[in-house]
Write a protein that binds this ligand. Sequence first.
Ligand SMILES: Cc1cc2nc3c(=O)[nH]c(=O)nc-3n(C[C@H](O)[C@H](O)[C@H](O)COP(=O)(O)OP(=O)(O)OC[C@H]3O[C@@H](n4cnc5c(N)ncnc54)[C@H](O)[C@@H]3O)c2cc1C
Length: 347
Amino acid sequence: MEKTIIIGSGPAGWTAAIYAARASLSPLLIEGAITHENQEKNRLPMGQIALTTEVENFPGFPPGDLSGYLDSAISKSRKNMLPPRVPELTGVSGPELVELIRAQAVYFGTRVISDDIVEVDFSRLPYRLTGATGNIYETQTVIIASGASANYLGLESENRFKNRGVSACAVCDGALPRFRNKPLAVVGGGDAAVEEAEYLTKFTSKVYLIHRRDQLRASKIVAKRAMEHSSIEILWNRIPEEILGNDKDGVTGLLLKSTVGEPVKELAVSGLFVAIGHTPNTEFLKGKLDLTEKGFIARPIPFRTNTSVSGVFTAGDVADDYYRQAISAAGTGCMAALDAERYLASL
Ligand SMILES: Cc1cc2nc3c(=O)[nH]c(=O)nc-3n(C[C@H](O)[C@H](O)[C@H](O)COP(=O)(O)OP(=O)(O)OC[C@H]3O[C@@H](n4cnc5c(N)ncnc54)[C@H](O)[C@@H]3O)c2cc1C
């Protein structure tokens, strides 16, 4: 039986593993599996951050030549699995960042298994987790860090331009040079979409907010802010039907379909930010612990990582539909491991 099992291999899971391993809990981390279904859902081992080429906002990684450090910190076999660096990249890439956090967790004794947890039994101790492989894992405590996946529109052209003008996170990518002082678009109509649009106005004076209805879903006060903002223009009753661009420049425009029968309209923009929500990876937890209305793991005690089941803790985006950053995920990973350690000590 394990003392602690960590589910998920993004920044939250690996950081929890570093703390649990250094506290002699000998953690077992279940990293997810590479399957066709997971690929379709952008839910792969190493997490969401591994899907992005540039990470400019993780503390400790200013622009600089990391090559010697990466060679010494990451084993050759793992380094060979990293995607090639984009030539113009000056700091750390997403895959490199999470690989470094993994290396630190493994260095301190974390054991890693490739499997997807498909079922949990928290009704008695030890807790039992069942993997898609059929393996059963028994443990005294669990840290759930299974993350979330950004929802995309599902267009073929969207996939082509991810990391080259299509993004699901303005806070992560808005400050990148490719978006500065260029017209940009956000698609969505909720609070998050308006906040993304407002955030982007720090870097450009023209942001189109594209919404499929004739009024925003955002709360009244947030919607009013968007409508009165001098740099935001709302395009009502429209949906992107194709993202235009080329290999050299990335995104150059959008074709917008009308939801009320108007002709298709072409819009010149250099970036599209998709803000149509996130899906938490909590299918395997339904009915097993408390989830929020949106399906994220509920945390009954403010500023703690406890869930509704004692001995089960949570970290990262799976319990956070608000901050959704690698550093906040890593921070709660640290907290969850400390909470698990203290819980075990109290038993
Ligand atoms: C395109 C993109 C760019 C981004 N850029 C930045 C950026 O520049 N800076 C920044 O701070 N943040 C960025 N983010 C956000 C950041 O990546 C996330 O906030 C962060 O990765 C969340 O970490 P996490 O560990 O909570 O979960 P995730 O990264 O989502 O990882 C969850 C892990 O759990 C695994 N998993 C899921 N279900 C199961 C299961 N049932 N069994 C086993 N394993 C499972 C998955 O395989 C995955 O490895 C970006 C996100 C995206 C999508």
